[in-house]
Design a protein around this ligand. Sequence first.
Ligand code: 9PG
Length: 795
Amino acid sequence: MPNLGLESPFFSFYLRLPEGRWDLIERGGLRLEETRLGVSLRSAQGGLRWDGALEGAEVIHQGRETGLHGPVEALRLRMVSEGLVFSLEFALCLEAPLFLWRVGLLNEAAAALWLDSVDLLQVGPHGQGEPPARRRGAARPPLGVLRLHPDPGDLAFFSNGFQSWSFAGALGPRDRMPRTQLGPILWPENPDTAVPRSRGDFVAHMFGVLSDRAHRRGLLAGFLSQRQAFGSLRCRLARYSPSLRLWAHGDQVEIRPGAAITTDWACLQAVDLDAPDPIAPYLRAVASENDVRLRRAVPVGWCSWYKYMRGVSQSAVESNLGWAADQQAEIPLEIVQVDDGYQAHDAEMLETNDRFPAGLPALAHSIRARGLTPGLWLAPFITGPGSALARRHAAWLLRTRLGLPANAGSTWAPLSRGLDVTHPEVIAYTQELIRRAVHEAGFRYLKLDFLYAGVLVGRRHDPTVTRAQALEAILRRIREVAGDEVTLLGCGCPMGSGLGVFDAMRIGTDVSADWHPTYFGTQVLFKPEPTFPSVRNVLRNVLARSGMHRRWWINDPDCLLLRQEDTRLTPAEVQALATILALSGGSLLVSDDMPALDEERREWLSRLLPPLEGRLQVLEALESGRPPSMVLPQAAPAGQWWLCAALNWDEAPRAMSLDLRRFGIPEADGYRWCDPWGQQAGVSRSVVLDLGRVPAHGIALRAVRLATLEAAWLGDTLHLSQGAVVTSWEPGARRLTAGVGLVGRHRQGTAWLWLPAEPRRVALDGAPVTWRAIGAGIVALDLRLAGSSCLEVEW
Ligand code: 9PG
């Protein structure tokens, strides 16, 4: 059989026969050559490995077709070998720089097989990564080459972590894979993937991006879904011969005679590092593959955890509820979410302890009675080792092959245990828990936490499903029972498993009132921890995973802490947290003792509501572990503008500037800017805005607009968007008429306008407005808004 090929406007693909190795050549210069597949299995007799060779394979189909990912050129082959039928599918998308492929396996033999892993991609000198080849001492044939550029430059790898709390970010050749020093005390990462220890040697889960920072090119490798198997990557950076392995975890799943398994689609995307949204083709393909529907508004509210922790009480919830209800006109929080700590004991999640004398249904009712949405935390798959549940239902605990309960980490309780989510009684218990929380107690927002505890490595009641399949099945049941009207938030959840199920997903570790990880007042040992609660770790993940927002779900960056007492955060750090959470557009839950907040922090919160529209673009997210620059483009009646921010990750103040060309802002004769935190506005002829000294861990925010000859809104202290309060804008030659206000809200503050001439009259709903000229055509207005008003300016 001759070699087979596929062509798209982006790639050429060649499958070399009979070796089964393949090449992918991109028009922009990226090349993968002699890449190979492989499957590792076990039979009762011992290990088996198919190395991807396609002797005797037949082509089932070759041609153009249209599916979920638009028109593709597709190729399907089938090969039979010793009772196993391997099927291979390759597809080149014609409208996006995507290459997709997957491997199927049908057991036509008389005996069962157990799946170790399916390698979708092995390339480079270390392409095989792990054993088994090495374990058995087999000779390792040279594997192909991966080149991002003919003369490779400075490489970096972006690693997406396994679950919500895991590290996500970019790493360079001198870095080591971030790992916890707290060992098994912390939650287990994807438990059957070792974390490499040498420099430039990394793992990622679901997807990762290898890039060449000098030539601004990258390669994304990953999976479009995590329904069939968890997928991982291992990447070793070496300038001339980086290695990449992409595999699907088989979890030793049993493939009985007649049974089949097909991997999720693997995917490669060519990446332009300078594009405004460099991995959008992949992120969109994942959303369509998983039938993601964004049907909910961004959650906004209050959460009990970071103020009260396990000591939360009904009276604490009621006092914050009372505050939220009373403040609606200024601070419209919607959700009041009770977190961990209400339970009597861990066998009966919905039975409350004596700090909640009225019980959950009454509490949910009182929240609804005040016009807010009741929310509840539940951790359905984790339990303590001595819990009543563990004692009563020993068979529900997932066990290792040695019969010992699998370790879920000492996170929720010391030596936590995970449940076997394939056990019919566990499924029934979970459904009942959700049914009661939603349909009996009346909660409309559920935070489902510690979900990784459902995918520990062990022997399951149903040995024929992978960990990913087991989690997918139970999460779908949860959604069915909860119904479509309930907002579900995934937390501590393997990222891909939440797709199509959760409305919102936690995308980072827990926040805390410290910039760096701190434990009992010390940073010794804890400071470098990559996933320990801290603002630094939260912000790193928020920036790394911003592209998922409003594509995969609503990103939940974790809570905002505004308190001015009982915190180690400086005002600049609180402002950085507040600004980035708001710019991220994700869920906005505040977790303080609200009645105790001072006026300044209350005012900060009111500026963040309602949440901002759009998706934050983080300029160096794929190439720097501490990306400083971000932009949120805005378009509204007040025109088009850009919210540009620079974060100072350093421990000391630093002079910073914004080169507007890098933020996707067109070149113009001049720019106008507003600094809402610093309460200043100005004009600039230069395309580089000087930000002055940004405090340690502080942020500088500028709303930037192109200079025109028409009257323009430059920004305000009313809403962080710097323009969402403008509902209509009609500038004329001598006068301006504008609608301003936020529905149902009282707001008072300053707005900065640029006007062609000094105003003769400024009025709000006919009443005069105080204003002052601050130079360069800019006037500052003092506005007091109640709902919608009409602003008139004449000059
Ligand atoms: C309630 C909390 C909050 C929080 C969740 C989750 O590794 N750990 O020890 C660890 C403990 C707690 C934790 C995350 C990790 O927090 O993210 O918002 O709901 O549970 O117990």
